[in-house]
Design a protein. Structure first.
Length: 404
């Protein structure tokens, strides 16, 4: 009996809060009414949760409407109070709707508030979008994100289920803008959520997918994250191979990853899919170059040069690879006992050096000021190995540091 009495007292206390909030609401004490009512909304002892949430909906809507009218009449108003109250009012109406559709103590469902609330917020919902614009203009980025987020989320609210809403022409912009602002604020979870929404609209798909990928890239913390990012990127690249941004992001991923074998495998795949992709050939060449596979690197770089004969860094890379190949060949052909090399074998080495010289001189011709390729030192090494003192002196005049 004592427990039953305590429970009854607690329930009475919660209902008393609802009654007091109603009085304050009627008296126009809106903020006090909301504060009084708040504990009853989350208490398991409140008897009529639907009615309690509906009261909060009425309170917040009235606050919103007062601020809205003040704005319309040119009076002092608060954008944040107006928009926040509309968001909170809509949330209260949705919570009311949830409880309103639950069976009562007799097991029956008696819907009391759905029609009025759905009609109300169907008409006012656009002001979540408009309010977001106002808050953005006021430099309240967090407020704009919150308003547009509520606008987007409410598009699938059960409160509007079965209603004729008409085409939502603002949803694409709202989703993309919310994602972009969230990304800029480093709220990556929110950015990803709304970028996914924006990507479902054809006019926003490319921009939204780029934003989604940039967001994913910023949140790579584990191997699973990297795998998911790479998988999504490859999926988009396969679907739209003509979009350079997906290839470029894949290139960046493999470059930063530093796994040369994985880079080789990907670059080979790319050259197989599109043999005209000069960048893929260059990347493949660099991967071979980084693992000292000189002949394979030269072959890949040569393919890139065939597609773009003026590509100075790649021309330079071939010269460097041939230079390195000559050193490796000399070491291979040298007698390990006497540390000497026969004239015939030395000539083989010099043949490779002459090839290197050819490409490095071409790089010099393309880039005389060494803006994209510093050809001076490897070219000087070629002249030194071939005993061309005149050419050495010519380069020393350009760069005195080569004498050292």
């Amino acid at each position: 009996m004592a427990l039953m009495a305590a429970a009854a007292t607690t329930a009475f206390a919660q209902d008393a809060l609802v009654k007091e909030a109603k009085k304050q609401f009627s008296a126009g004490e809106l903020d006090q009414a909301a504060a009084t009512l708040a504990p009853a909304l989350t208490s398991a002892e409140t008897v009529d949760k639907a009615a309690a949430w509906n009261l909060m909906n009425e309170i917040k809507y009235k606050i919103y409407n007062e601020e809205f009218q003040n704005r319309a009449l040119g009076k002092t108003f608060s954008t944040d109070r107006m928009v926040s109250s509309l968001i909170e009012g809509l949330h209260a109406a949705e919570e009311c709707d949830k409880y309103d559709q639950m069976p009562n103590a007799k097991g029956k469902v008696k819907i009391r508030f759905h029609k009025a609330n759905s009609e109300r917020y169907k008409n006012e919902r656009q002001w979540l979008y408009n309010g977001g614009i106002l808050q953005y203009q006021d430099k309240d980025v967090a407020g704009a994100i919150k308003a547009w987020g509520a606008y987007i989320d409410s598009s699938k609210s059960p409160l509007f289920e079965g209603m004729q809403m008409g085409p939502d022409t603002l949803l694409a912009d709202a989703a993309y803008n919310t994602a972009l602002l969230s990304y800029q604020e480093k709220d990556y979870a929110t950015a990803m959520k709304f970028a996914e929404v924006a990507s479902t609209f054809p006019e926003k798909e490319d921009d939204a997918m780029n934003l989604l990928l940039f967001t994913q890239k910023e949140t790579l913390k584990s191997k699973a994250d990297s795998t998911a990012y790479l998988s999504k990127l490859k999926e988009l690249h396969a679907a739209k191979p003509d979009k350079d941004q997906y290839f470029n992001l894949l290139q960046e991923y493999y470059t930063r990853n530093g796994d040369q074998e994985a880079t080789k495998a990907w670059a080979k795949e790319e050259t197989g899919l599109n043999p005209q992709n000069k960048m893929a050939w260059a990347i493949l060449g660099e991967a071979y170059m980084n693992t000292e596979k000189w002949d394979d690197a030269i072959a890949a770089f040569t393919k890139a040069i065939e597609l773009d004969p003026q590509w100075t860094p790649v021309v330079f890379n071939v010269g460097v690879c041939l230079n390195s190949k000559a050193i490796a060949l000399q070491d291979e052909l040298m007698d390990k006992n006497t540390m000497n090399i026969s004239p015939a074998n030395l000539e083989k080495v010099k043949d490779v050096i002459r090839q290197s010289q050819k490409y490095l001189e071409r790089a010099r011709e393309l880039d005389p000021n060494r803006e994209t390729a510093n050809w001076a030192y490897p070219l000087y090494r070629c002249y030194y190995a071939l005993g061309d003192k005149a050419k050495m002196a010519e380069l020393e005049a350009i760069d005195p540091s080569l004498k050292n």
